[in-house]
Design a protein around this ligand. Sequence first.
Ligand code: PGA
Length: 254
Amino acid sequence: MRRPLIAGNWKMNTTVEEAASLATAIAGGLQAGYAVDTVLCPPFISLYRVSETIRGTALKLGAQNMYFKDSGAFTGEISPLMLKSICQYVILGHSERRQIFGETDQLVNEKVRAAVAAGIIPIFCVGETLQENESGKTGEILTRQVSEGLKGVPSGKEVVIAYEPIWAIGTGRAADGTQAGQTIGLIRGVAAGILGQQAAGTARILYGGSVTAANIAEFVGEHQIDGALVGGASLKAGEFTDIVKQTASLKAKP
Ligand code: PGA
């Protein structure tokens, strides 16, 4: 039994004040308590403020990126050591990091290993481009990203994987639920080869890409899909809390 997880990736949105208000509104909407790990991932500059805002609630905090060294001459970077006292999660290898900032499988792997070593749970992202998808290369691409990204992760360390087809991110064109479920099954199989059967069986694997309150049921209704990494819709407190509530009720069913 894997506990469902919904993470909100706020990307480069919200000022510190806006982030605190959004977190307050989300905490208010989820006050009743739901059996879903709910993670807010605001920009770096708002992490501390949001950590104070959600103190005493069930909400968890995640960063959107991290470097793999603890300290040193790395201008502009944030380390596991800095994050670990306030964040339980960190998004790593998001396709925007890979595509816009040139992050390679090797760099993402360094980060994933540094996160687990620091006791921060990585939300490790993988996904194929439209071109790769259309030329039938999805399996090959995901197999490479998952094997390279998880290489050397010690067994027994928790990792969350997010499958985010790049063509579905921010486009309003979400993947088909059944297809995403099958692809996530494939990812779980590849992860088993690296982490071991048991760890891959208990690892939570999320779908991401144009998830909304209108389509979340299609994804979390799939046995293989343990939740979602939500971008745009996570900036609206009402819609985000609705996504969490639907996930709780759908996953509670036998
Ligand atoms: P989206 O983004 O929900 O806006 O498509 C998802 C993500 O990039 O994590």
